[in-house]
Write a protein that binds this ligand. Structure first.
Ligand code: UDX
Length: 455
């Protein structure tokens, strides 16, 4: 099928490249000239493992353009994958969605077009998009007779594992009020639903993975599934972090607790990793949007509110732990291991590292950080923060009064802690991601404080 993708961010690019790999002709549209020219020269503007390799395999079915007419004229399916960032009041900024919908109305020309909201959009946006497209279409295309319908197809991709989350998805959710649109999307995803595509060597099909669930429902339900999924995942992490604080007090071990409850099939063992909690572009935005939507209908959404409160307190708790250990933070030198909001990405959005660094700097500490992938982006996006950057992970230990494990990049587990202890001013490590080998660090002579374990 001929597919257009509006927006070449994490979601748009992953979706476009994957659909091209599955055999469709895909044109990706973005207003950002630099992004499009980078893509046209084969460069990927984001860090997503294997995206470049998959793009090479699908390159002959992929086009990148800033011209809406090129992308939308022949498209049978148009994915809107633009950002819907939070506004200060918690509502979603829908200006990008609006201009995308209007471009579709102006340039679509195929006899039947399915317009798919891939972006996370507030409940009820499907109908709004439909009216925007219709108004624009009527105004700009008096003579043409394209028919179109709007569907919701929320994404569940995790940064760092987006391609396997797409190709080997737990489910594809499609919401639409017309059975024909549901069928078009079922046909579009058929190679993925039935796993008939040849798995790329670098993204092998999981063993016994045979098919992907296809759930079709109405528009509102599909839109709410996205919010409910992210809010529940955020809640699960905050729940284990709430229990972690208690387990520190009573001398319990949060890793054992997580394992003990996770073995219950009804709970499951994923998203029970205690630590600094969640960051990224989705959990914060989507929990805020869910609360804001609830309030529009007079609902308070207390559980989702609590998930946010517990989560953001983790960052403050870590600084309080440092202040408790070092007494005065002013003039102290604190090393941060990791800046990205999680490993395997260069994404810094709502990263705990930034808030922790700002709190430490506000208290007069000196902060030096290392991240294997996200540092270049940090130097650009956090240029207003007086953060120092180390060339190697080991350098954040030099003359440090404490080193904090902020992002669980695998390489931080295997640092030469025995040697690093001797270059520190105070041999203190705070494991904010409950991921270091505590016994090894203690035997190296370091004092180790782990979120969720009594020190
Ligand atoms: C999330 C959802 O998982 C995905 O389905 C949705 O499409 C987009 O938002 P993402 O934000 O990329 O994906 O990352 P994810 O792996 O879900 O982690 C989210 C945050 O939770 C990260 O900051 C991570 O460090 C944190 N986390 C995750 C924990 O603190 N503990 C866990 O056990 C799992």
């Amino acid at each position: 099928m001929k597919v257009a993708i509006i927006g070449t961010g994490y979601v748009g690019l992953t979706t476009g490249v994957s659909l091209a790999f599955l055999g469709h002709d895909v044109t990706c549209l973005d207003v950002d000239e630099s992004k499009i020219s980078a893509l046209n020269s084969g460069l990927i503007p984001i860090y997503e493992p294997h995206l470049d390799e998959l793009m090479k395999l699908a390159r002959h079915r992929l086009k990148f353009t800033t011209q809406a007419s090129d992308a939308l004229g022949a498209a049978q399916v148009v994915f809107i994958a633009v950002g819907t960032p939070s506004l200060p009041d918690g509502k979603s900024n829908l200006s990008y969605l609006k201009s995308a919908a209007q471009s579709v109305g102006q340039f679509m020309a195929a006899p039947h077009v399915v317009i798919v909201n891939k972006s996370t959009v507030p409940i009820g946006s499907g109908n709004w998009v439909e009216s925007l497209v219709r108004d624009e279409y009527r105004e700009k295309n008096i003579r043409k007779s394209s028919e179109f319908s709007v569907a919701s197809n929320p994404e569940f991709l995790r940064e760092g594992s987006a391609l396997s989350d797409m190709l080997y998805a737990d489910r594809v959710v499609v919401g639409a009020d017309h059975a024909a649109s549901i069928q078009v999307l079922r046909d579009l995803y058929q190679p993925l639903l039935e796993q008939t595509f040849d798995a790329p060597s670098f993204l092998p099909r999981p063993e016994n993975f045979k098919a992907v669930h296809f759930l079709s429902t109405d528009l509102q339900s599909a839109e709410l599934i996205k919010y409910a999924a992210n809010a529940f995942l955020a809640l699960k992490v905050s729940f284990i972090n709430e229990v972690a604080e208690l387990s520190e007090k009573v001398g319990a071990d949060i890793v054992s607790i997580a394992r003990g409850i996770g073995l219950d099939a009804r709970i499951g063992n994923r998203f029970l990793q205690a630590g600094l909690g969640w960051g990224g572009s989705c959990f914060g935005k989507d929990t805020l949007a869910l609360i804001s939507t609830g309030q529009e209908y007079g609902l308070n959404m207390p559980i989702t509110q609590a998930a946010r409160e517990v989560n953001f307190r983790q960052r403050r708790r870590l600084v309080e732990i440092l202040a408790g250990e070092l007494k005065i933070l002013k003039g102290k030198r604190i090393g941060l291991l990791g800046l990205a909001f999680k490993p395997n990405t260069d994404d810094l959005r709502d990263s705990p590292a930034l808030e922790i660094a700002r709190m430490l700097l506000d208290r007069g500490a000196q902060v030096v950080a290392f991240d294997p992938i996200a540092m270049k982006r940090a130097q650009k996006e956090w240029s207003d923060v007086d953060l120092r950057y180390a060339d190697r992970a080991e350098d954040v230990f030099v003359e440090a009064d404490a080193v904090v494990h902020v992002t669980e990049w695998p390489e931080f587990r295997t640092l030469p802690y025995e040697a690093l202890k001797s270059v520190m001013r105070v041999p203190l490590v705070v494991d904010g991601r409950v991921g270091l080998d505590r016994d090894r660090l203690v035997s190296a002579g370091l004092k180790v404080i782990v979120l969720g374990k009594s020190s």
